[in-house]
Design a protein around this ligand. Structure first.
Ligand SMILES: Nc1ncnc2c1ncn2[C@@H]1O[C@H](COP(=O)(O)OP(=O)(O)OP(=O)(O)O)[C@@H](O)[C@H]1O
Ligand SMILES: [Mg+2]
Length: 347
């Protein structure tokens, strides 16, 4: 999708969208802000939305934001996890069944599609939907009509369909595990959520938010996260993404004995990552045969680290300073001096 206006305007649009429809989705990463703008553009259409992203990247939150931003927001938002329901029950879960439709169906039951009438249905883990049900879902998507198991008539439903998966549907189509026609129908608006390791600049904000939330929920009063511990959180790969960060912080707050979270409160695998990072930091450079201009070498080293910290945090000076274990004023001073120098060189 084309997102064409200027970066400044883009960020302002995204912030407005977040304030109104998705205050629960945190982060300033440009990829996330673009997601807000896509949702805003398509919210009031009835287009199907396909949300992809690794496990724990916020797919369900985004699905809710699509509903909240649409004019269906006062209607129901119904979630069905296609992986959690056994195949033989999934059809009646989605479409309902008549009394006596199968053994054990002693009363008629409404399906989730009917329950979502006037609102949004969120089909999570759509990649797990068996092929037989994919055919039936395609009919619903095309005709906007459902028929309950055991019922020959169909009933119209007015439902917006949002689906999510952490699998590669295109590959599944090629392998014959996902219907191509259904794939094209559901991916009218594709939204891809970035992995947390590709938006490291958001880690500090998310981590602090989870500290505050755990304090509130569990009656704790942890004041914050010590800079080296935060640096380790920011350096870690987070295969489980935001959910893993959330669980890690919750556990740290619960087990922490001091007033702030420290490196020793980190789970073992994060401590190892932190040790590896400081190991890299302390490996000594070699002195060239011909000697070295020490002042220039030190400055080059400092510049490289400052630049990395700024890039990793999306040029947020507060967070970059935290990564460098210095206060913001010192960093700002250094930047001023360096840019003065650059200008002096240029002159
Ligand atoms: N941007 C965000 N800001 C705040 N919390 C977030 C954000 N993204 C995700 N979370 C939190 O992380 C957890 C995982 O999010 P969610 O369940 O939406 O992810 P998911 O992609 O659906 O994961 P899965 O694939 O495992 O189902 C939730 O508790 C959610 O509240
Ligand atoms: Mg989910």
């Amino acid at each position: 999708m084309e997102l064409d206006n200027q970066p400044g305007e883009r960020a302002a649009d995204s912030e407005r969208f977040r304030d109104r429809h998705a205050p629960f989705i945190l982060g300033d990463d440009p990829k996330l802000l673009d997601v807000f703008r896509i949702i805003e553009r398509v919210a009031d259409t009835d287009c199907s939305v396909l949300i992809t992203g690794e496990s724990g990247t916020g797919k369900e939150l985004v699905a809710r934001a699509v509903h909240q931003a649409s004019d269906r927001r006062d209607g129901p938002f119904i979630t069905v996890n296609c992986a959690a329901i056994p195949e033989n029950l999934l059809e009646s879960e989605l479409f309902g069944h008549t009394r006596g439709a199968f053994t054990g169906a002693t009363v008629a039951r409404q399906g989730k599609f009917t329950a979502a009438d006037g609102g949004t249905i969120f089909l999570d883990e759509i990649g797990e939907l068996p092929l037989g049900l994919q055919a039936k879902l395609l009919r619903v998507v095309q005709e906007k009509e459902v028929s309950a198991v055991g019922e020959c008539r169909s009933q119209r439903v007015d439902v917006r369909i949002v689906v999510a998966t952490n699998r590669n549907l295109e590959q599944m189509v090629q392998a014959g595990d996902f219907r191509e026609d259904l794939y094209y129908r559901v991916q009218v608006v594709p939204i891809e959520l970035p992995a947390l390791r590709n938006r490291r600049g958001d880690i500090a904000e998310l981590a602090r938010h989870f500290v505050t939330r755990t304090n509130r929920r569990r009656g704790r009063d942890v004041e914050g996260i010590e800079a080296p511990a935060l640096a380790a959180l920011e350096a870690y790969e987070w295969p489980g993404n935001i959910r893993q960060l959330e669980n890690t912080i919750e556990r740290m707050v619960l087990l922490c004995s001091g007033t702030v979270l420290e490196v020793c409160d980190l789970p073992d695998k994060l401590q190892q990552a932190s040790d590896a990072a400081s190991g890299r930091r302390s490996s000594p450079p070699t002195l060239p045969q011909e000697g070295i201009q020490l002042r220039d070498a030190v400055e080059e080293f400092e510049n490289a680290l400052i630049l990395q910290a700024l890039e990793r945090t999306g040029w947020n000076k507060n967070r970059a300073a935290a990564l460098l274990h210095m206060n913001r004023t010192t960093l700002v001073e250094k930047l001023k001096k360096k840019s003065l120098k650059v200008r002096a060189h240029a002159a």
